[in-house]
Design a protein around this ligand. Structure first.
Ligand code: KG4
Ligand code: ZN
Length: 333
């Protein structure tokens, strides 16, 4: 039996979850809306808001799970990768909380946790499986051999898929984070209205910076001819951009599935909330006879439930860290 409290603070979500013997009994997320005013996450502001949020979010999670601090068996936390100042709030809190309650500490890699979110609900993928992990900072194809034996077999050489969404949104004057807004507008647009060049990258790697530049030049050119171009064609632009990003992502995933002979296919990370990606993956799954694993929406973007489930498996392995642990903005996979 184990009751684990988990803290996530790597970017702009302050989240605390409780995992009771492998079951998530609370997952409280405080979003930081302040960054919308700036078109991106401001690291210093993120850490200040984490400081304000962390105690009330901890209280709420304990209340929701109906457990007291004294019933906890361990404290798990995101050690990295992420914004150093933001991570520092969660890591420092976890360390002092664990020290005060005499509890063991469990360090979790945020990118592993996105993948392990697939072990929160049923059906769970069986090993080995391939996971396309797409977030604001990463785009990776990961070969998952066991809960903690994971190998990156392809990754982006420049921008992440989430960045491609967010930067396109910025070009279109949509607020941050742009991914969900592009998704929303795309639903009413024609995905074949406009074509953008796709990168020719070898192996299973990605590149999104060229796509972003070609979108920027395209919009500038069209706006010269018609200053209202974006306003008049927003849905079609969003649908076309989304189609390109999804096409690029799934093409390499298809190649990886073939190369490794694997039919257990998952997606994870903030961009896995994208409805175009979810739909296209379902279709591809039917075409190639894959077993598809798509996380529930609440476990796609940053959340502590995924840190808690990762903590649960580490607890079973007696995998603890000492009080000298420090946050890592970059963390080895
Ligand atoms: O995993 P996540 O919450 O944070 C990081 O670890 O980076 O991912 C955030 C990213 C942002 O780039 C956001 O725009 C994108 O996920 N995102 C989406 C959608 N929801 C979130 N992108 C496309 N469509 C969505 N529905
Ligand atoms: Zn994330």
């Amino acid at each position: 039996m184990s009751v684990i409290l988990a803290i996530e603070s790597s970017c702009d979500e302050t989240s605390v979850a409780i995992c009771n013997n492998g079951k998530i009994t609370a997952n409280v997320i405080a979003n930081q809306t302040i960054h919308q005013n700036y078109g991106g996450v401001i690291p210093e502001l993120a850490s200040r808001v984490h400081q304000q949020n962390i105690v009330p979010v901890i209280h709420q999670a304990l209340l929701n799970a109906k457990v007291t601090k004294n019933q906890l068996d361990a404290v798990a936390f995101t050690q990295g990768p992420g914004l150093l100042g933001a991570l520092l709030v969660g890591v420092s809190f976890a360390k002092s909380f664990a020290l005060a309650l005499d509890l063991p500490l469990i360090s979790v890699n945020h990118m592993h946790a996105h993948i392990l979110a697939h072990f929160i609900d049923d059906p769970k993928p069986s090993f080995p499986f391939l996971c396309l992990t797409v977030s604001g900072g990463h785009s990776q194809i990961v070969l998952v051999k066991s809960h903690f034996d994971m190998e990156i077999v392809g990754e982006t050489l420049d921008d992440a898929a989430g960045e491609a969404f967010d930067k396109t949104a910025k070009i279109l004057n949509l607020p941050y984070p742009g991914g969900p807004l592009i998704d929303k507008h795309a639903r009413d647009g024609n995905p074949h209205a406009f074509k953008f060049g796709e990168p020719q990258i070898k192996d299973l790697n990605y590149s999104f910076s060229g796509l972003k530049t070609s979108i920027l030049y395209f919009i500038r050119k069209m706006e010269k001819e018609n200053p209202d171009f974006v306003a008049h064609h927003l849905n079609d632009i969003c649908a076309s951009v989304q189609r390109s990003i999804v096409h690029i992502l799934l093409n390499k995933l298809k190649k990886a599935a073939k190369q490794y002979g694997i039919k257990e296919i998952a997606i994870a990370g903030g961009v896995s909330a994208n409805s175009g990606l979810r739909f296209a993956l379902q279709q591809m799954g039917e075409e190639f006879n894959w077993n598809i694993y798509i996380p529930a929406f609440e476990y796609c973007t940053d959340n502590a439930a995924m840190i808690a489930i990762a903590g649960h498996y580490k607890y079973l392995n007696n995998d603890f860290v000492g009080q000298d642990v420090a946050p890592l903005s970059r963390m080895e996979f």
